[in-house]
Design a protein around this ligand. Structure first.
Ligand code: LLP
Length: 443
């Protein structure tokens, strides 16, 4: 069934009699002013979610709370970086490009953590010169590289080691990152993580401050986070036994799941972090370790639910299926270029008609894009009103994470604009790309 569901739309959205309203602005007005496809971000919802994660970390861990680093990869722009700053949380960047956005808004480097499994020398140099709080090292090549560049710059760089704890997160293989056979981090089981610790301890320009793990993304079962925490605390204990001092920090990454379709429930930050705190406390007591400062890196959980994509329906088509059934193809003016997640991960979404009451019975529908590819599907199966027709507005909620940030120019489609809405006002925060922008790259 396709109907407005407050559990899936951003907090300040509602379906008011015959149209969708977000942050006090109607979908119809937004589209009249900014066109489609359009990413609409509920600004107050973003700030509230960022604050909720900060508050939950502080409540769960008290004076052992480290930093909530918003994972920029989920979606970053200059305005989003300002909101992150305003919320008083940190930023996790994993490329020079993401770091450049932070620099452009003078984001405090002491609240930035640098990730990436293959950082270039230029990116490492940029990060150290800017003075990022910490770099999470991901390979032996990188220990040498970060150590050498820090030395050349006359700095001692704080680093964490990304550990692959061998935890199977229950999510799609492509977004699961902590089982052994992945490109990320130093495996715990093979001894690579321990070898990395020894290597860093030999390098005067590196200060090892802690361990990091990120087990995957869109995870609902808190047992995965707990299992990773236990394994990392085991390694902290081994470190203490060997070096007779303790590592002060532990970063447990992001990955907290959100609701995409009715029936799913976004993880409650207070609940999940309270459970995690109990595990950390227990393990540290048993190992006779002081509780390290605990940091986390939610991306999707902060931005995902805040955003709705608006599309215009261009064509509809009935296709006969076996057994006398029919399917109605509803083609919108975007597709896999603004949301690759269904094609890449089989991700599911909800859609509703945003500009009027859905009349008549529903029919078996498929929402597709305008790309020259059959796999260009946004929603494989949905019951949408039979009355859906060209010119209607379709709203797909929960598209804030890994939507615009993974957007492409496939078929030379310009990437959509991003609009922030709050208190009945809308303003452009990323303008729509133009064909001229695309042609400007060509020599
Ligand atoms: N920290 C690290 C080191 C990460 O690699 C990631 C995500 C995060 C934090 C944030 O994870 P989140 O809280 O957003 O789940 N494109 C995929 C997700 C890839 C996630 C990559 N790393 C998707 O659309 O589902």
């Amino acid at each position: 069934m396709s109907a407005f569901d407050p559990a899936v739309f951003s907090s300040n959205s509602s379906f008011d009699f015959d149209h969708l309203t977000i942050g006090g602005v109607s979908a119809t007005e937004l589209v009249a002013e900014f066109g489609t496809p359009l990413f609409v971000v509920d600004e107050a919802d973003f700030l509230a979610r960022a604050a909720a994660w900060k508050n939950a970390l502080e409540t769960a861990f008290g004076d052992r709370a480290g930093t909530v680093y918003y994972a920029a990869k989920a979606f970053i722009s200059k305005e989003i970086a300002r909101w992150v700053n305003r919320a008083g949380i940190g930023l996790d960047v994993c490329t020079g490009g993401e770091l450049a956005v932070a620099q452009a808004v003078e984001f405090s480097p002491t609240r930035i953590e640098m990730h990436g499994n293959n950082k270039s020398e230029a990116e490492i140099t940029l990060a150290i010169e800017f003075g990022v709080n910490s770099i999470v090292v991901d390979s032996f090549n990188e220990i040498e590289r970060v150590g050498r560049i820090a030395e050349q710059l006359g700095k001692r760089q704080r680093v964490l080691i990304r550990v692959t704890p061998g935890v199977e997160a229950h999510t799609h293989e492509f977004i699961s990152t902590a089982h052994e056979d992945v490109k990320f981090g130093f495996s715990l089981a093979s001894g690579a993580a321990w070898a990395a610790i020894l290597e860093i301890s030999q390098c005067a320009s590196l200060e090892l401050v802690g361990l990091h793990s990120h087990i995957g993304s869109q995870i609902f079962n808190s047992e995965g986070f707990a299992a990773a925490a236990r394994k990392l605390i085991g390694l902290l204990s081994r470190y203490r036994n060997y070096f007779s001092r303790e590592l002060p920090e532990l970063d447990l990454g992001g990955g907290y799941g959100i609701a995409y379709v009715p029936g799913e429930v976004t993880l409650d930050p207070h609940k999940v972090l309270k459970e995690l705190a109990a595990v950390v406390q227990d393990e540290c007591t048993t190992a006779k370790l002081a509780i390290p400062k605990i940091s986390i890196e939610p991306g999707r959980a902060i931005v995902g639910p805040t955003t709705t994509t608006l599309y215009t329906v261009g064509t509809t088509k009935e296709v006969e299926l076996d057994g006398g059934l029919t399917r109605r193809y509803i083609a919108v003016d975007g597709g896999m270029s603004d949301n690759i997640r269904p094609a890449l991960y089989g991700a599911e979404y909800l859609a509703i008609i945003a500009n009027r009451l859905p009349l008549g019975p529903n029919c078996n529908s498929r929402i597709v894009g305008k790309h020259c590819e059959s796999g260009d599907i946004l929603i494989r199966e949905i019951q949408l009103s039979e009355s859906t027709q060209a010119g209607d507005l379709i709203a797909i909620p929960a598209t804030g994470a890994y939507g615009r940030s993974m957007a492409s120019n496939y078929n030379h489609l310009p990437r959509p604009a991003v609009v922030a809405v709050i208190d009945g006002k809308a303003r452009l925060i990323v303008r729509r790309e133009s064909i001229a922008d695309l042609l400007a790259l060509e020599l």
